[in-house]
Design a protein around this ligand. Structure first.
Ligand code: C2E
Ligand code: MG
Ligand code: MG
Ligand code: MG
Length: 297
């Protein structure tokens, strides 16, 4: 109980009042009610997914997308995953949330493939508890079977820290996923504590540089050096590097100059509701068709 309240206090940035039991009770009650509401949310279809394009830095082409969960609470409005994912993790509900997300992301993406859009890879975020389960690869396999999506169109994002616990088991699970044809990405890279020797053992394809380094890359020379070093690290380990949180043209220019492969961020697009993502896919499809049949409208 104290652990959970502590987590929530940190989240709210209120360390100073942590030791007042009344406040602890308040936070605890908030978590309990959030937990109860989240349980209902799962059965009442209050969760949805938004999709943020991943873009090729050199060509400006969409190369895939990340699914990000949204919760439309009947009274409280939209609740950010930054708020409810930690509660879901503490209470064990995360398993159901992540299962729902993976199934919905694959179902939606396969629908787009069936509609004739050029197939994109869809990335889903997976919590530490999930990637550490010994049946995780089997679960993914079942979702792919149920949604009829080919494994090469799925990418799984895990944070450094989540694979630094039970590392041997995680590596085995990641190897199983890779053997199935699923891609793996290390999310929020640079904020965790994985060592380079571990990084080399992870059967991963992508490194996602955390947005904290990208945000100030033009203002803070040490952030610039860190980002350059990460891009070089990616090259040395034969990993594709994705920069997160690109909000400005000049940051994109920096990434171009330094040969970063992909980016995500508000500069290209915020995470989009499925209808709006579909419009982007339509635009790309139209462009591809014109390239194939120049002259035709
Ligand atoms: P993340 O996976 O690192 O996702 C990136 C976050 O940065 C997203 O926030 C996205 O909306 C935001 N973002 C993207 N571009 C920009 C930008 O240019 N500027 C700024 N300031 N922010 C940008 P979001 O959607 O609120 O998600 C927050 C975190 O919640 C995610 O971080 C991920 O760790 C977690 N999360 C989201 N969906 C899921 C899910 O389905 N399952 C799990 N386990 N975690 C999830
Ligand atoms: Mg992510
Ligand atoms: Mg991230
Ligand atoms: Mg993050």
């Amino acid at each position: 109980r104290a652990d959970i309240a502590m987590h929530y206090c940190k989240l709210k940035g209120r360390h100073n009042i942590l030791f007042y039991t009344e406040q602890m009770d308040l936070f605890y009650n908030q978590i309990i009610s959030l937990e109860g509401d989240l349980r209902k949310a799962l059965s009442r279809n209050e969760l949805s997914l938004h999709y943020q394009p991943k873009v090729n830095v050199a060509t400006g082409f969409i190369s895939g997308m990340e699914a990000l969960v949204r919760w439309e609470h009947p009274e409280r409005g939209t609740i950010s995953p930054a708020e409810f994912i930690p509660v879901a993790e503490e209470t064990g509900l995360i398993s159901q949330v992540d299962d729902w997300v993976m199934h919905e992301a694959c179902r939606q993406n396969q629908q787009w493939i069936d509609q004739g859009y050029a197939p994109e890879r869809v990335a889903v975020n997976v919590s530490a508890n999930e990637i550490q389960r010994n049946d995780f690869a089997e679960k993914v396999h079942q979702v792919l079977l149920a949604t009829q999506m080919e494994p090469q169109y799925l990418e799984i994002e895990v944070t450094e820290n989540s694979v630094m616990q039970n590392t041997e088991e995680c590596i085995r699970t990641m190897q199983d996923l890779k053997a199935m044809g699923v891609s793996l990405a290390i999310d929020d890279f640079g904020t965790g504590y994985s060592s380079l020797s571990y990084l080399r053992q992870f059967p991963i394809h992508f490194l996602k540089i955390d947005q904290d380094f990208i945000k100030d890359v033009l203002k803070d020379p040490s952030d610039a050096e860190i980002v350059k070093a990460m891009i070089q690290l990616g090259e040395a380990f034969k990993l594709e590097v994705i920069a997160e949180g690109v909000e400005r043209e000049d940051v994109l220019d920096f990434l171009k100059e330094n040969d970063c492969a992909y980016y995500q961020g508000y500069h290209f697009s915020k995470p989009l509701a499925p209808d709006d993502m579909e419009k982007l896919l339509t635009r790309k499809q139209t462009y591809l068709n014109q390239m194939k049949n120049p002259g035709e409208q």
